[in-house]
Design a protein around this ligand. Structure first.
Ligand SMILES: [Zn+2]
Length: 594
């Protein structure tokens, strides 16, 4: 359902962005803005700003995330535009127009909603197949893994038949097109077989997002086929690096921590045994994006990876990501069993609880793995271990924390405390001179690119206008939207000038006209560029003049480029524009009488 601009504007105006974001992020007022810690990247100082008043926008000066109250909710709660509008309407007690179910309206619905509908229908289909004679093999598999009917129902487990196009046929009978089914990640197309199911002869694990919507599937093959596990590809609704299996249930757990495991079956058997705080990354390595999502709910993560070599490696990597996200990590020791599923089946619930209580702080886990690489009966090797250990301890920035770890490690490995202390001190001194090796950034990249001067002037002008609309008459003396050099900037400037002329300027509404995520944050930046500190009237006039001249020069360059040399008026036009620029450079451009 697409709501009209008027409806959306009402929803926006009755949900003040400071109030709404304040429910998710602790905000503090600083001048005209509110600041807090960015929920979309890890940081210690607040570079996440929210502007109330007429602006109604958020913007992070650290990672470049920005948008309106609607797009904040979309990003934070992983909602579609329509869902976010609905949620905000409910919050403000606004009655939305009834959903229109005509075929035309259906065609108009945004693509994401269609993909969600297809995934939901597929989940329903797989669910019934598992419980029909076709699904006997799958049912046998789950029974062998000791899953109860309730658990299978809770997780919506299903079965993809041996026939290779029955899901496609089913979905087409419901009115979906081949291209939509392929885009949903449920089918492929080739010359030989036409459009055919992606999953067949597999037990199916629907992957739900935090608000219970099916966004993809994992499928385990029956028998020895390859690959053993197959996952939905990334689609507009399925971003593997920003979702976790089981989060829809685990987020309601009151345990105060999450258990992060490797696979679907681990999560399901843990939930069945009452450990409803278990989640898993989705067939890919654990990512920073996933860590940031977990951080919304807790600050402690217990890693429960397989006890084999690959599992240890994954755990070490996971610890690095948790640290980067500012989360406390612990590691569960499952030995002698391979994975939590096996452990719980053999030792039971209480024994598993005991292991959770004794989970090792991630630092000690790292040290233990490190020590296993050294031969402690060889003095030279032992010394090497101490050195590596001291270097690791020296990484703790805070003196008290470092002391505590030195004490604990000394006791654990029978190292004379003073010796270890002085060794660490010598490494800490060295570390002060060299920069610690930084891990390559995963997941969250800093979107800030090298500054483009021409664009910066255009951004500064748009931000200034937004923050101080009274300068508009001064601006229009010198600049029109046509002077903005870049296409996207020109579109936004046109909207801004129009809004100002008609006295219905709403930056958040303009922003929401650019739903594409990439464009959305570029536009958000146009309204949130850091203005230089201005103290005196002269500085203010100079800044204004510089910006106006900068915008006009960039505009001139663009217009000149667009002029065709074979245009009979090429010369007159070029000369005319040059003359205007020349006059401009002598003009009295100031904000003096404001
Ligand atoms: Zn940020």
């Amino acid at each position: 359902m697409r709501y009209s601009d008027e409806v959306i504007e009402e929803v926006r105006s009755r949900n003040d962005i400071v109030d709404v974001i304040g429910q998710y992020v602790h905000l503090q007022k600083k001048g005209a803005y509110y600041f807090g810690l960015c929920p979309f990247h890890n940081e210690k100082s607040g570079s996440f700003s929210v502007s109330g008043g007429n602006k109604q926008m958020y913007y992070c000066f650290g990672c470049g995330a920005g948008g309106s109250v609607i797009t904040f909710l979309m990003k934070y709660e992983n909602l579609t535009f329509q869902e976010a509008v609905k949620q905000l309407a409910d919050r403000a007690g606004i009655q939305l127009p009834d959903e229109d179910t005509s075929p035309q309206a259906k065609a108009m619905r945004d693509k994401k909603q269609i993909l969600l509908d297809i995934n939901k229908e597929a989940a329903r289909y797989y669910y019934y197949q598992l419980r029909s004679p076709n699904g006997a093999k799958g049912m046998e598999y789950f029974r062998e893994r000791k899953l109860s009917d309730d658990t299978m129902k809770q997780f919506g487990l299903g079965f993809a038949n041996v026939t290779s196009d029955d899901l496609v046929r089913h979905l087409k009978s419901k009115g979906y097109q081949d291209s939509q089914i392929i885009e949903a990640g449920l089918a492929s197309h080739d010359e030989k077989f036409g459009t055919h199911d992606k999953f067949w002869n597999r037990v199916m694990f629907p992957i739900q997002d935090a608000s219970q919507k099916v966004i993809g599937f994992g499928g385990r093959v029956m028998g020895d086929g390859k690959p053993k596990y197959l996952n939905s590809p990334e689609t507009p609704i399925f971003d593997k690096s920003r979702n976790l299996f089981g989060l829809n249930f685990a987020k309601n757990s009151r345990a105060g921590f999450f258990i992060l495991c490797e696979g679907y079956m681990d999560v399901i058997s843990m939930h069945q045994a009452g450990f409803n705080m278990a989640v898993a990354s989705l067939g890919t390595a654990f990512t920073t994006g996933q860590a940031m999502i977990l951080k919304r709910y807790t600050d402690e993560i217990i890693l429960s990876y397989d006890s084999d070599e690959a599992g240890v490696k994954a755990a070490l990597r996971g610890i690095g990501i948790l640290k980067e996200a500012g989360l406390k990590g612990k590691v569960l020791d499952l030995r002698p069993y391979k994975d939590p599923d096996e452990f719980i089946k053999n030792e039971g619930r209480e024994a598993f609880e005991e292991r959770i209580r004794n989970a090792e702080a991630s630092f000690f886990f790292e040290v233990r793995i490190m020590r296993d690489r050294y031969d402690m009966s060889d003095p030279a090797s032992k010394t090497e271990f101490y050195r590596e250990l001291a270097a690791k301890l020296a990484e703790f920035q805070e003196a008290l924390e470092r002391e505590n770890y030195i004490e604990a490690v000394a006791a654990r490995y029978n190292i004379p405390m003073d010796d270890l202390k002085s060794l660490v001190a010598s490494y800490a001194a060295k570390a002060g001179m060299v920069k610690p090796a930084s891990r390559p950034q995963s997941g969250i990249q800093n979107k800030k690119k090298p500054e483009d001067g021409a664009k910066k002037n255009q951004r500064l002008l748009l931000t200034w206008l937004t923050d101080e609309p009274k300068i508009f008459p001064k601006v229009t003396q010198w600049v029109t939207p046509e002077d903005f050099s870049d296409d996207l900037y020109r579109k936004v400037a046109t909207d801004v000038f129009e809004g100002m002329q008609n006295s219905n300027f709403s930056p958040a509404a303009i922003l929401d006209h650019f739903p594409d995520e990439e464009e959305h944050s570029v536009v958000a930046e146009m309204f949130n560029t850091n203005l230089v500190e201005i103290e005196t009237k002269d500085q203010r006039n100079k800044a204004f003049r510089d910006i106006i001249l900068g915008v006009r020069h960039a505009g001139y360059d663009r217009k000149k480029k667009e002029l065709r040399p074979d245009d009979p008026e090429f010369l007159t036009k070029t000369i005319q524009m040059k003359k205007e620029l020349e006059q401009l450079s002598h003009a009295d451009i100031s904000l003096d009488d404001l």
